[in-house]
Each structure stands twice: as C-alpha cells, then as structure tokens.
Ligand binder design. Structure first.
Ligand code: FAD
Length: 586
C-alpha cells in the first residue's frame, strides 16, 4: 500500500487542542473563519493525496540527475508535474503576507498543509519549505526594493528559494565559512566560493532560484561574527520583473544519498556572482537564525509526516496479511496479523506517537503565531520564550521519532518491509536525514541545555511544566476514563525533568553537555506526552477515532511505554563526563 489519506480530522483536533482558537482571536487574524480554514485543509489534503503522493515513488526511483555538460538538474517528470500543479492550484505562499500575493493564513494552518505535503512527498516538500524560509527573511529584514522585487515570484511559487550555508570545512560550525562577498562601486556585491549540500540548489521546476547565501565580507572579524547574508538570484532580475540573464552560480555536483532522492543535494560554485546584502553587514547569523528557526519547526514536522505515512501503510498491510492464529481468534484458518497482540501493540504505539508529535509541533506553531502577532509586547515576548524552548524539542525529538517509527512500520511488514516494492522502506530512508540537517540533533540538545535551560536557570522550562501539570490535573477531574495510572506516570516524568534540569543548571559545562542528548529525550518525551492531556480535554466524548476513549487509550499506551521510562533517563543525564574520556574507547 503506497497511497496516502490526508488525516484532516486528526490534524484539526491537534490544532484545536494546541490553542488555534487563541491564534484566531488575534486582531491580525480577525478575517479568518475556522470553517474556511477547515475547507482549505480539506482541499489541500485531497490535492496531497491525489497529486503529490503518487509522485513520491517515481521521484525516489528516478532521483536527481545532473547533466555535466549543461549543468541542468532533472527529477522525475511526475515530480515536476506535481510541483507545477501545486503552483497552478494557488497552494504556494499560504502563510505569506497578502501584500505580496500570500494567503495571509496563520503559520499554524500553513504548517498543517505542510504536514500533508511532507507525508505525501517529503523530498519535494523541502523545496517550498526552504522557499518559505527566504520569504520570512525578506518579510522581516528585506529592504522595500528587495521585497517588491523578489517576494511576488517566491510567494507565487514561480520562483523558489534555497538556504546556502554549508561548506566542506563549515558544517555545524558555520564560523569556518570562507565564501566571500566583495562590495562593488554600485552598491551590489560580487560573491565567490563553493557551497555543498544545498537542497534544491539547482532544478528546472521554477523560472528562477533565489539563493540566500552566508558569506564573509573583506576585513570581517573571524568566526561567525564576520558573516553576512546575501541574496544571489540564479537569473538576474531586472526591475521590470523578467529574469533572463544568468548569474555566476552553477551546480557542479549532485550527491548520491540514502533517501529523499528526488531532492537534489547540490554543490554550488559561485564565481563573482552578483549579490545583494540582506540586513546588515555582520548580521548574517541573525538572518540565518530567522530562516533556520522556522525551518527547524518544519523539519520536526517531517518526522511526524513520515510517521503518519508509514503508519497508514503499516495499518493497511496488517489487515491484509494473514499469518498464524491469534489467541482467541474466532474465524478458522490464519488470522490477519493485526489481530496478533504484538502487531496491535506496534500499531497503537505508532499512532500514540503521532498524537504526541502533533501536539508538540502544533503547540510550537501556535506559540510562533502568538509571538509574531499578539498585540501585547509582553505576551509576544512570553510566546517567543516558549517557541525558543519548544523548537529544539520539536526538531530533534520528532525527527528521532520519525526514524524510530518508520522502522516499526517496516517491522509490521516483516520481510516485505525490507524490500522496496511495498514503499515502506523509503519512509525509513527519507526520515533519516531530518535528524541531521538544520542543525544535527546533537546540536539541538546543546542549544536546549546551554541556551534554553542553563541561561535562565531553568525558569522557562519550569513555567511550561507548570502549565502541563495544570492540564493533567484537569484530565484527572474527567470521569470514568480510568487514567489515574497514566496520569501518575506523566506527573512523575515531568517531575524528573525538573529535577534533571536543576542538576544541569548547577553542573560544570562539560558534565552538562555530556548529558544533553538524554536530557532532550527526557524533556521532549515528557512534554509531548503531557501535551496529549490537552487532546483528551478537547476530544469528543464518543466516537471511535477522535473520540475520548480512543484518545485515552493512546495516551495510556504512550504513558506506559514511553513516559514510564523518563525518570530512568535521569541517570544518563546526570552521569556527567565521567566514563566518556578517550581512554574508554581503546
Ligand atoms: C541531504 C542533505 C541536505 C542538506 N541541505 C542543506 C541546505 O539546504 N543548506 C545548507 O546550508 N546545508 C545543508 N545540509 C548540510 C547540513 O545542514 C549539515 O550536514 C549539518 O548541519 C551537519 O554538518 P556536517 O555534515 O558538517 O557535520 P559535522 O558538523 O561535521 O558533525 C559531525 C558530528 O559531530 C557533531 N558535532 C559537531 N559539532 C559539535 C559540537 N560543537 N558539539 C557536539 N557535537 C558536535 C554533530 O552533531 C555530528 O554528530 C544538508 C545536508 C544533507 C546531508
């Protein structure tokens, strides 16, 4: 089973539980009607299932191919065609500013559409995802001329954007970037250097590609403080809007890689390319974080999106495949494997993890909309603090989870999961990259521990956990759900996180960083699990899928399988650096 069914009702339930109503109550979104938003998501869900998903397998098999003579990069015709239909259907720029042709929707809603895009074709979804980063950058710090010149093309999907940071010697540590931009007499810049691993860095899907490039200016200080951000169009854009003349940037290599085959991962050579400064000289890292923080949320979403698709495949297969006899089976002969308790357990665990991830992703999205558009400055600041805290949790945990759960989906398929024919192997191959790009998950853990916990003494984390404890207490007051045990596990998990955070705040830096990854695992599991309480509170009291008994069953499963383990992780967090010395390896 390779198809995809857009789970609009489940996504909507998570949006609702994560606080979409608070976003829609903002004056900025006064025009948005929830019924229209559901209709947008249903329309996009149908498009994702009917047009984007069928291009996913052919795109994977064809890959991205560089013609060394022309420097052109081609992908499967099914992928180009699906992208063209996405642009023609007016689906690009859903969350962008209406002033430049965008839909003006909350980021929360645009992200829900993005989830369905990434489930249907993750490799292709990266293209609009990165374009969105460039749009956000220009909307925030672009000059009026840059906005007028580049946003209409980017927002409409006629042009696409890239994020161009990495060089062979500068990956996690971008301070080592050597690409250089030299100012010219007319205010423009001339940019030269080589970049690697640039997603959708070259392709034929759009009329133009706008590269957002991190580079060093002459006499700039060493390290990341000396970096600035430049805009380099593939075709030079004249004020009239036509884009005929080719700029000095070309693709000189495309990587062969484990997954996301139809996303070209390009080596780009810049040779005196005409460039424009975005923001200020020396402001490159701040600009990059504007693009990157939005992208980190989108990458976390990819873990969720891949799990949803993998779950649908595993679920369908488990009803089709018959083997053995399940205990207590009523019918004669072999039973569908879904009736075997161990297979049922795998499926319910996956589905519970999807609920937990959705709550984490959309809670971060809601906080993002509040941080951007709340009329009150204090409320904006408080929401931004929450976004800052939730972003590394979402990026790293959901992508770790994507790989874990795609592997479970293969397990449900048995041997057929390991062969390419069923399409579920692609899920695991595609999911793996999300743990690496946009800052490896190790870097996310360091960000969480150093900047988001140690810097404020754990205050932001304690405030989040206090809110989550209040939701758990509300659930405890609901009748007849029999959730005392799971709620206790959730409270214990949150308490263990507070305790471990206090240890990290007091610890020496090397000891604290030694426990960063297990702490992220601890904190994200506890937070995502406790957020499921909000899903329970908002769930319909009856009904099979979205109804409260079903949501309660999934919460219980997450609690006994995952939250129960959280306090044990404290040992790994608080072990410090002892035992990690080089001598331990020999
Ligand atoms: C398919 C693909 C697409 C990509 N797309 C883009 C793109 O569009 N634009 C772009 O600019 N880049 C892109 N990248 C690059 C990607 O962002 C980097 O690969 C990533 O940031 C890691 O850098 P690196 O590969 O140099 O690994 P390294 O930085 O060498 O890291 C190796 C290991 O060391 C760890 N490590 C490194 N530094 C530290 C530290 N200070 N503390 C603790 N651990 C550390 C890392 O966590 C990792 O486990 C892409 C990469 C791939 C593979």
């Amino acid at each position: 089973v390779t198809g995809y069914r857009a789970p609009v009702a489940s996504i909507w339930a998570a949006l609702d539980a994560a606080g979409l109503a608070e976003v829609l109550a903002l004056p900025h979104f006064a025009q948005q009607d929830p019924e229209d938003l559901v209709a947008v998501l249903e329309g996009f869900g149908a498009f994702a299932a009917e047009v984007l998903a069928p291009s996913d397998g052919p795109g994977d098999r064809h890959g991205a191919v560089l013609d060394p003579v022309t420097g052109r990069v081609s992908v499967a015709p099914e992928v180009s065609d699906a992208f063209a239909k996405w642009v023609a259907g007016g689906w690009a720029g859903l969350g962008a500013d209406p002033e430049h042709g965008g839909g003006g929707l909350p980021r929360t809603i645009a992200l829900a559409a993005e989830e369905m895009f990434a489930s249907a074709n993750m490799a292709l979804s990266l293209n609009p995802m990165l374009t969105q980063g460039g749009i956000h950058l220009l909307e925030t710090v672009g000059s009026p001329e840059q906005r007028a010149r580049y946003l209409p093309g980017l927002v409409s999907g006629r042009w696409t954007g890239t994020m161009v940071l990495t060089e062979p010697q500068a990956g996690s540590d971008l301070g080592g970037v050597t690409t250089t931009a030299v100012p010219g007499p007319d205010g423009s810049w001339s940019l030269s250097g080589q970049k690697i691993f640039i997603t959708w860095g070259e392709h034929e899907l759009a009329e133009n590609i706008v590269h957002f490039v991190l580079a060093r200016t002459p006499d700039a200080p060493r390290g990341s403080r000396g970096l600035s951000l430049f805009l380099v169009p593939k075709h030079l854009v004249e004020p009239g809007g036509d884009a005929p003349e080719r700029n000095g940037v070309r693709c000189i290599g495309v990587e062969h890689k484990l997954g996301i085959h139809s996303s070209p991962t390009c080596t780009l050579a810049f040779d005196r390319a005409r460039a424009e400064l975005v923001g200020e000289v020396g402001g490159g890292m701040a600009c990059m974080f504007l693009m990157m923080n939005a992208a980190r949320l989108s990458v976390g979403l990819e873990g969720l999106a891949v799990t949803e698709r993998a779950f649908q495949q595993a679920h369908a297969y488990a009803y089709e495949r018959t083997q053995g006899r399940a205990p207590g089976a009523s019918s004669e002969g072999m039973t569908p494997i879904v009736e075997h308790p161990d297979v049922a357990r795998m499926l319910v665990s996956m589905r519970s993890s999807i609920d937990a991830m959705r709550m984490l992703v959309y809670s971060t999205a809601v906080a993002t909309d509040l941080a951007r558009h709340h009329p009150d400055a204090d409320a904006r600041r408080a929401a931004q603090t929450r976004v800052d805290l939730l972003t590394p949790l979402t990026k790293a945990w959901c992508t770790d989870e994507g790989t874990r759960q795609a592997s479970v989906a293969i397990q449900v398929h048995g041997g057929m999961g390991y062969v390419e024919e069923t399409g579920v192997a692609q899920r695991l191959r595609d999911a793996r990259i999300a743990q690496i790009y946009e800052g490896t998950n190790g870097i996310q853990a360091i960000d969480l521990v150093s900047r988001k916990v140690r810097r404020d003494g754990g205050a932001a984390l304690r405030s989040l956990i206090a809110d989550l404890e209040a939701s758990l207490a509300d659930v405890a007051r609901l009748d007849g759900l029999g959730l005392a045990g799971p709620l206790g596990l959730a409270s214990d998990a949150l308490a263990a996180v507070v305790d471990a955070a206090a240890w990290l705040v007091a610890a020496d830096e090397r000891d604290a960083l030694s426990g960063a990854t297990p702490f992220l695992e601890m904190a994200a599991t506890a937070v995502a699990g406790a957020l499921m309480a909000q899903l329970l509170l908002r769930a319909r009291t009856s009904g099979s899928d979205g109804g409260r008994p079903a949501v309660a069953a999934r919460f219980s499963r997450f609690a006994i399988e995952r939250l129960a383990l959280v306090p044990a992780l404290r040992h790994a967090v608080c072990a410090g650096h002892s035992g990690l010395e080089r001598g331990s390896l020999g």
